[in-house]
Design a protein around this ligand. Structure first.
Ligand SMILES: Cc1cc2nc3c(=O)[nH]c(=O)nc-3n(C[C@H](O)[C@H](O)[C@H](O)COP(=O)(O)OP(=O)(O)OC[C@H]3O[C@@H](n4cnc5c(N)ncnc54)[C@H](O)[C@@H]3O)c2cc1C
Length: 466
């Protein structure tokens, strides 16, 4: 979460979706080859009188599990294909408070409740960004292996059938009611199943997106080291998250130290200079926190892309993309878990509505209307707004300094946390907004002056060395 999420909440509407409480349909066996869908007549919106609609969800992360849960709970025959159910996605694991409630995630899954957030500028000015957090408020830190497996199990308890296999290819039907053929491997052996609807939730490297020619997106590459600290150093991160900005850390992202169950995750990312992520920027964040992590032992190094914007096409035929596969990560904050789960659920519920609980075939128009338009209506402006903020503040040390200075402002903090923690519309008052705008301009002017002074000192330093 970053302060530049400031005010995106102006563009958010409160969610109305709630977890479903329908009893789960009976379980069926895994790995069956479904062929009856082939024999359906070629017409739009025909009723599926003798069977229910079948959906294949590819990828069992937050997006896929939430989609599968909504589909299965809504009466759709649902298959969830995940290549590595015991794996852990490289991720900071920070989620907003509202997600615990909206997705009924038990507190026992939360490793750390972060109640203190420091933001550190290029000149090492540290701002306490958590001054306005209420006594019951926190940022939840989870391990992804724990969260993902919980969400998958819940989808199963509603009747989704988990297939532990690697999706390999999708055959696109030539008629509007013929099934998609989903190919996958289990332990090297080839399998396939037929599905009326396919949801691509297979992350940033999505093969489903490729199969429907959804187009590519720009992406940031993030690198993260999990470091086990000596006890006395770990105590500092009991409930503290740190965010570092500066051109030494990334030209267009931030570096982080996030507390996990028994270690810290230290990372950074960049879209503009991906080739330098390891040598320059990973070293940069390590250097900035050198004292704080000294004596620590690296237990894992992980790198993964983070989409920078949605794909050109997110629905084609009866295939829809959700989560990272669609490109739903806020650009400057790198927040994607909530949006993955939310888009998965929204898409699943859209299919349930359009198919009248699985009794009717759907088409591309249904997916556009029931999923895409609703999603864009709710979030498009917010994603654009964050893009704009990134352009103003990210990219130069002067911009970062201004941003950090602004983050010290309690009004900025209140608005940022309201929007991040609750994903809800916050009405700022216009006078505070005007004052904040002036303060922002002031920060930018001052930061540019500081930047020039730093440049002068650097120049002087170089001359002295020569
Ligand atoms: C280093 C890093 C740190 C991050 N930190 C945060 C953070 O703190 N907070 C936050 O909100 N977001 C964070 N993000 C972003 C977040 O991780 C993603 O936005 C989120 O995981 C998207 O969820 P998803 O379900 O769409 O995709 P994923 O979580 O990527 O899940 C995709 C699933 O599909 C499976 N899969 C892929 N291909 C196949 C296949 N061919 N067959 C079968 N299964 C397949 C994968 O195994 C995986 O389980 C971070 C990202 C990175 C890289």
């Amino acid at each position: 979460m970053t302060a530049i999420q400031l005010h995106y909440s102006h563009h958010l509407r409160r969610s109305t979706t709630q977890p479903r409480s329908r009893p789960p349909p009976p379980r069926r066996s895994h790995h069956i080859i479904i062929s009856s869908a082939k024999s359906q007549p070629h017409c739009h919106h025909h009723n599926l009188s003798s069977r229910t609609l079948r959906a294949a969800v590819i990828g069992g992360g937050p997006a896929g599990s939430s989609a599968a849960e909504a589909l299965a709970a809504g009466g759709i025959e649902t298959f969830l294909i995940e290549r590595n159910p015991s794996g852990s996605k490289p991720c900071g694991g920070a989620i907003p408070l509202c997600m615990l409630d909206e997705f009924s995630i038990p507190l026992s899954l939360v490793d750390r409740k972060v109640t203190r957030v420091n933001i550190v500028s290029p000149s090492n000015l540290t701002v306490d960004f958590s001054k306005t957090l209420g006594s019951q408020e926190f940022i939840a830190m989870l391990r992804r292996e724990v969260l993902d497996s919980y969400l998958r199990s819940r989808a199963q308890s509603h009747g989704a059938q988990l297939i532990s296999g690697l999706f390999t290819d999708l055959e696109i039907p030539t008629s509007s009611s013929a099934p998609y053929v989903v190919h996958y491997n289990i332990d090297g052996s080839k399998r396939s199943l037929h599905a009326d609807v396919v949801i691509g939730a297979d992350g940033a490297h999505s093969k489903v997106a490729k199969a429907i020619s959804a187009g590519s997106y720009d992406y940031a590459l993030a690198i993260q080291e999990r470091i086990k600290l000596p006890d006395e150093k770990m105590r500092r991160y009991e409930n503290l998250a740190e965010m570092y900005v500066g051109s030494d850390i990334s030209p267009d992202f931030y570096g982080w130290v996030f507390p996990k169950c028994d270690h810290v995750a230290v990372g950074t990312g960049t879209a503009r200079a991906r080739g330098q992520i390891r040598r320059v920027y990973n070293s940069g964040i390590r250097e900035r926190v050198r004292e704080r992590i000294s004596g620590g032992r690296v237990i894992k190094v992980e790198a993964h892309p983070i989409p920078a914007h949605p794909r050109p096409r997110r629905v084609r035929g009866r295939v829809a993309l959700v989560g990272d596969s669609a490109g739903y990560v806020t650009k400057c904050a790198g927040e994607g878990i909530y949006f993955a789960a939310k888009s998965g659920r929204m898409c699943g519920e859209g299919v349930v509505r359009a198919s009248r609980c699985g009794t009717r075939m759907i088409d591309e128009g249904d997916l556009r209307r029931e999923y895409l338009e609703r999603w864009d209506g709710e979030y498009r402006m917010m994603f654009r707004f964050l893009d704009g903020l990134e352009r103003v503040f990210y990219g130069s040390d002067e911009g970062w300094e201004a941003l950090v200075e602004m983050c010290g402002d309690e009004y900025v903090q209140r608005m940022s946390f309201e929007s991040y923690l609750y994903k809800r519309m916050v009405r700022g008052d216009w006078w505070s907004d005007v004052k904040m705008m002036w303060r922002t301009l002031g920060s930018l002017v001052r930061a540019r002056m500081i930047g020039r002074e730093i440049d002068k000192l650097n120049g002087l330093g170089r001359k002295l060395v020569m």
